[in-house]
Every structure is written in C-alpha cells, then in structure tokens.
Design a protein around this ligand. Structure first.
Ligand code: 8LE
Length: 478
C-alpha cells in the first residue's frame, strides 16, 4: 500500500518539498485543469500525499521556527507523532493574536519566520486599523509558489492568457491585490493593476476599463456593485464594459445568492468566489472552478479543516464549522493550523464536481465575531444582506443597527430606496420586514432612507453598527 501511495505521490504534478515549479508550464488553452491528475485524483490518495507533506512541513517548522517548537513542546507534540490525519487534529491551533504578540516580541517578522531575514524579498501586511498591524515576510520561493497556485486556480475559473485582468482593490499592504496580480501574471494574462481606494478613482476605472478592453475583474463584491453604480452615473451600462468574468475575495458576497445575482445581472458576466486569509496565501486555495456559488478547498495547496470552534476537531461533512488552515507550500512564514474564526459548511469530495476536493457550497458566510444574537437567534449580517438586496427598489446600501432597549436587543435595518413612491414606502418596508422574519426567525425594524445616504466602499463593507458595544465600553452593558 505504501509503494502504491509513493508512486501516486510521485505522479502528482510538480509536487515537491520545498516547492519548485516549472515556470514555463502552461496547459493547452482548451484543457479545464491546470494539473489534471492532482485536481481529480481520488481524495484518499491525495490525503496520503498530504499527510506526508504535513509531516515534512511540521519537521521544517520545528527546525526553523522557534514559535512552533515552543508551542508544540508546551503541548507535548512532536512532528514525528503525526501518523495519520486524525493525529493532526491534536496539533493546537494558532490564533491571530498569538502571531501579533509574537511579532511584537520578535520584530519585525516574528519567531515564526522560518528563513533567514535576508531571504524576505516582499513585505505585505494587515492594514492595522484594528490592533497592531501584522507584517507578512515573504521569500522569493514563497512568492513564486503563490503565483503558481493562483495561476492554477484562476485557470480553473476559465481565465486565459488572452484575458486582461483588472486588479481593482488597494495595491498597498493588502495581499489580496498582489496575489491576484502575481497569479494573472504567471498565467500569462495581461495584468492591469489600477487598484482602488483613492478619491475619484472609480469613475476613472470605468473609463480605463473601456479603453483597455478589460475582460476580468478582481476586487471585493461590494466594490463591484459600487463600480456598477458609478458606471451608470457616468452614463455607461456596466454590461457594455465587456467583462467576461469577475472573481472575488475579501468578504462574503460572491456566494451570497442576491449579491451574486446583482453582480451577474449588472455586468452580464460570470461570478467566481475565492479567498481565505492573507496569512495562508495562496489565499485562493479556497476557490471556485465552476461557475456556481461556493468554493473548493484545494487541499494540496493549503490543507483546510472545517472544525468545531471550541475543540478544534474536524466536524463531519455536511456540518458547519470554522476553517483551520495549514499551508503546504510556504517556507518563510508557514501557518500550521491557523484558526480563522470564519464560518462555513463543507461537503465531502465528489468526482461529479470535476475536482475531488471538499466543497463549501455557501463559501464563507461570515465571521464568528460578526455574528450576533437577537432574542436567542443567531444572525449573520450576510443573511440580512441577502434579503434586503433582493428588494425591488433597493437603493444600493444599507446599515444593520443592533441596540439594547432595556434588557432586550433589537435589530433595525436602514435601507436605501430608489424609485419607490413616497406613498408606498411604508408597505415597502413592511414587506422587507416580512421577508427578514422568515429568513432570520427574528423580527427586524426596517427604516427606509434616501438613496445615497450611506458611503460606498472601495474595499470591504462594514454595515453593522452595534450600539451594544458602545454600551459595554461605557460600562453600562452587562
Ligand atoms: C467570505 C483573502 C484575502 C487576501 O482577500 C483577504 O481578504 O485576506 P484578509 O485581509 O486576511 O482577510 C481575511 C478575512 O476576510 C477572512 O477571515 C474572512 O473573514 C474574509 N474573507 C476573505 N475572503 C472571503 C472572506 N469572507 N468570502 C470570501 N471569499
């Protein structure tokens, strides 16, 4: 059996540790898979190769990254003790706070840097709007692994060298933009890094898209909708911009039916979801390959376990949990069981889907932190988005306001309206309330507000206003 698994691992296309890719490789244009064998092999066979790789990655981290050795010694775990993927569930998760603290103690890249600092050739990071920013120190080898992985997933989306790919998210510290950039470049497409986020940029984006014949858009779902709105304001029908495909990361949306539908309808193009966390770049290891909602977990790039948020053991297929990620190709800042605190549901691999990876049919639908409880019901902001954005006359933005009246939490949604007659506004709001009650199981108060009351975002939307946080900070909450 081990001889068989060894030969199967050998035959996996360009599967080496440390990773090394043939940079000249590209499949024939008509081929659906970048690496047909690796993407369609029986999942159990792939898991054997992944187990061997996990042991290599852990041994490497033990030898090169003091952070991991400390953590595992404390937990009484040695890489050699991982005999199967069930053993791997005993490896303690890494939390983002730990990485932040470790980096503060070991400037600038943390003691989880597993290469000599001189090998760090690229720096990305978190924006640091909440808490201490985290620096991503990336070696050239890792940069190339990410480029090759992203090219491969984008190939699965049907992007080809004849495409012009617009990178329409901030080209600064945000790894999302650079990951899309390097992937498009490696794939041989034309890259158009216009970015996003500076004043007046969106109207110029519309103009440049037309001039450059952009065929593929990358950014956040919120920004695509904003772009469609600005195009219309400029007298341009977004469907005339010539896009074939849009792919997304950064926030829920591309797998949220209403948001997805609005984007498809506005641009007359296909929508693809992707994205996990910058720390586990290649972040596109959660990426769509078919034109349908949901993403595959490309397990041979980053091993993804959907886990119980409390005990961090894998939940059964079909169940909800939080993704825990292990990079299989990173040598500079390897991530081994990084806890995402996001929420998803996963399904078992099935050859019918064209790739034998586990499937996340609703993508990632929220963060545990963003989930709130109103009268005992758990509510995800993306579920509210899904309902209100489906309303005829929806004006393009809304805000979700949670507040505490005496001891009870209440939920209000301020929704922009457009083209709804003043005399029918009340009925319009009540109809949305009905739909929200059915979808969420709790009552919400819908308040119509004027079109363009709220700011649009060029990046990730922040629609929840939680008054209870304010009360808590003032010390008057419970
Ligand atoms: C639902 C993946 C990337 C580089 O685009 C990104 O946004 O990374 P970042 O800035 O580290 O933020 C990660 C968080 O964004 C995740 O934990 C998750 O809450 C959210 N996110 C990213 N992609 C998606 C997503 N949420 N669907 C997605 N496709």
């Amino acid at each position: 059996r081990s001889a068989q698994s060894a030969s199967s691992a050998q035959s996996m296309e360009q599967w080496t540790w440390p990773p090394r890719y043939d940079e000249t490789y590209r499949p024939p244009a008509g081929q659906a898979h970048w690496f047909p064998h690796r993407e369609t092999m029986p999942a159990e066979q792939r898991d054997e190769a992944i187990l061997a790789r996990i042991r290599e990655v852990m041994a490497y981290a033990w030898d090169h990254a003091p952070f991991y050795r400390r953590k595992w010694e404390e937990a009484g775990i040695h890489p050699s003790a991982i005999r199967d993927l069930a053993d791997f569930e005993k490896v303690p998760v890494v939390r983002k706070e730990e990485l932040r603290a470790d980096q503060a103690a070991h400037e600038p890249f943390g003691s989880y840097l597993a290469v000599d600092p001189s090998e760090v050739k690229h720096v990305n990071g978190t924006s640091g709007t909440t808490g201490r920013p985290t620096a991503f120190g990336i070696s050239e080898r890792d940069w190339r692994s990410v480029a090759n992985a992203h090219a491969r997933v984008m190939w699965g989306m049907g992007i080809r060298e004849t495409d012009t790919v617009l990178v329409a998210s901030p080209l600064s510290l945000y790894w999302g933009s650079w990951g899309a950039y390097t992937g498009a470049e490696r794939l041989g497409a034309r890259v158009f890094p216009f970015g996003a986020g500076t004043p007046g940029q969106t109207a110029r984006t519309v103009m440049w898209m037309k001039q450059m014949g952009v065929t593929v858009f990358y950014g956040t779902p919120s920004y695509a909708l904003h772009l469609a709105e600005v195009a219309a304001d400029e007298g341009v029908d977004p469907a005339d911009l010539g896009l074939r495909k849009l792919f997304f990361s950064g926030e829920p949306g591309a797998s949220v039916p209403t948001i997805r539908g609005r984007i498809e309808a506005a641009f007359g193009a296909e929508v693809y979801d992707s994205g996990s966390m910058a720390e586990v770049s290649p972040w596109m290891h959660l990426g769509a390959a078919n034109h349908e909602p949901g993403v595959f977990a490309w397990q041979d790039l980053v091993y993804t376990e959907v886990c119980d948020p409390v005990d961090h053991h894998r939940v059964d297929y079909g169940r909800e949990g939080t993704p825990v990620y292990t990079t299989l190709e990173r040598t500079s800042q390897p991530m081994i069981r990084l806890l995402s605190n996001d929420l998803t549901r996963w399904e078992a691999p099935s050859a019918d889907r064209g790739r034998t990876y586990p499937f996340l049919p609703q993508g990632i639908y929220g963060r545990i932190d963003d989930m709130f409880t109103v009268r005992g019901e758990n509510v995800y902001p993306s579920a509210i988005d899904d309902v209100v954005m489906a309303a005829e006359g929806y004006g393009g933005e809304h805000r979700i306001v949670i507040s505490r009246k005496s001891t009870m939490d209440t939920l209000a949604v301020q929704v922009e309206h457009r083209g709804v007659a003043e005399s029918t506004l009340d009925g319009w709001a009540r109809a949305i309330e009905d739909k929200l009650r059915r979808a969420l199981g709790v009552g919400a108060h819908v308040v119509p507000v004027e079109y363009k009351t709220f700011d649009r975002t060029e990046f990730k939307a922040r629609r929840v206003i939680d008054d209870r946080d304010l009360l808590r900070r003032l010390g008057s909450g419970s």
